[in-house]
Design a protein around this ligand. Structure first.
Ligand code: PGA
Length: 249
């Protein structure tokens, strides 16, 4: 079901003590109403985070997982391992995974299928590079990223999918897409899903914006009709900033 979601991708930040401190600080902010609040700490701290966040309404997600179910994949983490420590949601396709770890559409299609086979929810990230936007190719890039990884899924699987549009040029750069650019792309994405499936399914999917969302710009971006929330990097590391962003919805 389409909902308001604010997710914090902690990336490779926060040790064990910092993880506890940040979760405690978020819990102290009290009730976030009907907004789904998700945090994604490192693999090492997921079990601890699940325990700390229990009964707070804050959901804990993984930042990645492997495309295979188990086996000789040194250093990797499987969906069953995640489920066994209480993780229900996984972020897949983040641009840093694509850029630094060689993840491509084919790998991501397998990861999505493996997550769904284990009854997990997926926050699926995609977005164009600066050159794509400059050459007016951004719609094509986004279309192929979504189509290649997700459009073979049966309609019923889409209740487990959240989309996250993250233009690469806006991630960690302090430069953000304008609310109009975000809305234009989100409406385009919803149209793609409608063309592939149907209007009801497209209307049900939550589409998050990510890329330098901060307390000062969140409200304007979130006010756009096809923007259902945000995937937050840097600003999710501060309880005060993350809380302000959540409350901007
Ligand atoms: P940022 O990161 O908010 O620091 O730009 C967003 C993301 O990578 O999800």
């Amino acid at each position: 079901m389409r909902s308001k979601i604010v997710a914090g991708n902690w990336k490779m930040n926060n040790d064990q003590a910092e993880t506890s401190t940040l979760i405690d600080a978020l819990k102290a902010q009290g009730d976030f109403g009907t907004t789904r609040v998700i945090i994604a700490p490192s693999f090492v701290h997921l079990a601890q985070a699940v325990t700390l966040a229990a009964d707070s309404g804050i959901e804990v997600a993984a930042q990645n997982m492997h495309e295979a179910t188990s086996g000789a994949y040194t250093g990797e983490v499987s969906p069953a391992m995640l489920s066994s420590v209480g993780i229900q949601t996984v972020i897949l396709g983040h641009s840093e995974r694509r850029a630094y770890f060689g993840e491509n559409d084919a790998t991501l299609a397998k990861k999505v299928t493996n997550a769904l086979d284990h009854d997990m929810d997926v926050v699926f990230c995609f977005g164009e590079e600066l050159e794509d936007r400059k050459s007016d190719n951004h719609f094509n890039v986004v279309k192929s990223q979504i189509a290649n990884a997700l459009f073979a899924l049966p309609a019923a699987s889409w209740s487990k999918i959240v989309l996250a549009y993250e233009p690469v040029w806006a991630i960690g750069t302090g430069e953000t897409a304008s609310p109009e650019q975000a809305q234009e792309m989100h409406a385009f994405i919803r149209g793609l899903v409608q063309d592939q499936y149907d209007a009801a399914l497209a209307d049900d999917v939550s589409i998050l914006y990510g890329g330098s969302v901060k307390p000062g710009n969140a409200q304007e971006i979130f006010s756009k009709q096809d923007v259902d929330g945000g995937l937050i990097g840097g600003a999710a590391l501060s309880a005060a900033d993350f809380t302000t962003i959540i409350k901007s919805i």
